[in-house]
Design a protein. Structure first.
Length: 85
């Protein structure tokens, strides 16, 4: 039961990754807008940049990990096929 629920939180495709990155970007821009309102001037602009910049870093990490996991899965399938041959 918990394993089935846990699989819902696993990113399997690039499309899923981009949807999550988009959601993170929406939240970051909303938070950045609040920063601009709360802290007018350079402080708010810097906080806005930090919030949106974090999405770029997180998105890159998500895509890198997805690429790594897919390559690892493919290598395991190749090794299993070679072992059974």
């Amino acid at each position: 039961m918990f394993r089935k629920i846990g699989r819902l939180f696993v990113i399997k495709t690039r499309f899923e990754a981009f949807v999550i990155i988009y959601a993170l970007a929406l939240g970051a821009t909303a938070r950045g807008s609040a920063y601009l309102t709360e802290y007018p001037g350079w402080g708010g602009k810097l906080l806005f940049l930090a919030a949106t910049g974090a999405v770029f870093m997180a998105g890159a990490k998500i895509l890198d990990c997805l690429k790594y996991e897919q390559a690892e899965r493919k290598a395991a399938e190749t090794a299993a096929a070679k072992h059974h041959s």
